[in-house]
Design a protein around this ligand. Structure first.
Ligand SMILES: NC(=O)c1ccc[n+]([C@@H]2O[C@H](COP(=O)([O-])OP(=O)(O)OC[C@H]3O[C@@H](n4cnc5c(N)ncnc54)[C@H](O)[C@@H]3O)[C@@H](O)[C@H]2O)c1
Length: 290
């Protein structure tokens, strides 16, 4: 895919320097966009900056970037603990934790800082764009711009239109994602959009099959890998994503659609109660020898 030479974004603000924020900041500075990276504490911010630097280093190792380009990219990154520094941003990518109250509060604050023409994007993977947008005076400027992990490697951006999102805002969000070399798919704002809904159902069904004794965890995962060319089976994927995150997705689908087909498998609920959250705790559907 050919990408336009001129950036549709002059100054980007990335809110939250965790897994996704640092990934988005990496691809933005690599593509030439001056980027402000915000987080609430310097330990988190330092970690995010270190990830951007590591990612850029990897791009040099892979021959995707020269050492000189890497140095320029790093200079485009400006870490900050002051949201007020974002007064000149024309696009905001919010990548704060997946918590509706936190995101609403952030959008309310951001509205008073960035210019009224700035696009407000959220990287949420399951919350309602319409609900997040309801806190700002002009909800038409808010869009879901859903990047995937790891951002530098994953090709997809899922663009989500809230009830009020304006077409020109969606067009700008699309231009931004395409400028970063991503392929964009569009979705309306229903629980889980396309991707999170599908992955929630897949993980849940795999857990149900294990729970019912239909097949072993290895056979369930191998069947998906070899039968469907999935890079990893759904139970291994659940361990990677986090069993607590998988449960939160299912609860969002279950309450959002009020449909029992999204009822979480009791095994998933029990694993969360037991603190078996997957790779991050060393134990999930598999053990990781911590
Ligand atoms: N991790 C994934 O695989 C993935 C994939 C797609 C989408 N998402 C979505 O992206 C968003 C970020 O997820 P993540 O995995 O990067 O989370 P994370 O926990 O790695 O990072 C979140 C960052 O936000 C910071 N933060 C906390 N409160 C904040 C506030 N009030 N203002 C600004 N920053 C704050 C934290 O310090 C942390 O650095 C979530 O909405 C998540 O659902 C995650």
């Amino acid at each position: 895919m050919s990408t336009p030479a001129v950036s549709p974004v002059e100054r980007l603000l990335v809110v939250g320097s965790g897994i996704m924020g640092s990934g988005i900041a990496t691809v933005a500075v690599a593509r030439g966009i001056p980027t402000l990276l915000y987080d609430v504490k310097d330990v988190f911010l330092d970690k995010g900056v270190a990830v951007v630097e590591k990612n850029l280093g990897r791009m040099v190792e892979k021959g995707q970037m020269t050492p000189e380009a890497r140095a320029s990219a790093r200079e485009r990154l400006r870490p900050t603990l002051m949201l007020e520094d974002a007064a000149g941003a024309d696009l905001v990518m919010e990548a704060a934790p997946e918590n509706l109250a936190v995101k609403k509060e952030l959008f309310r604050t951001l509205e008073g800082i960035v210019p009224p023409t700035a696009l407000l994007g959220t990287n949420t993977s399951s919350l309602s764009i319409t609900s997040i947008a309801s806190t700002v005076r002009d909800p038409g400027r808010v869009a879901g711009i859903h990047f995937f992990n790891p951002v530098p490697a994953m090709e997809l951006v899922e663009l989500i239109a809230g009830v009020h999102t304006r077409p020109d805002v969606l067009a700008r969000a699309r231009a931004f994602a395409e400028f970063l070399g991503k392929t964009v798919t569009s979705s309306k704002d229903f629980p889980g959009f396309v991707t999170t809904r599908s992955i929630g159902v897949l993980i849940n069904e795999a857990a149900w099959m294990l729970y019912e004794g239909v097949a072993s965890r290895e056979d369930i995962d191998t069947a998906h890998r070899l039968g469907f060319h999935h890079p990893m089976g759904p139970l291994a994927l659940a361990d990677l994503v986090g069993i607590d995150t998988a449960l939160a997705i299912l609860e969002r689908l279950y309450t959002g659609f009020r449909d029992p087909k999204y009822r979480a498998c009791p095994l998933i609920v029990q694993m969360v109660e037991a603190g078996k959250l997957g790779r991050k705790t060393g134990e999930g559907f598999y053990s990781y020898g911590k």
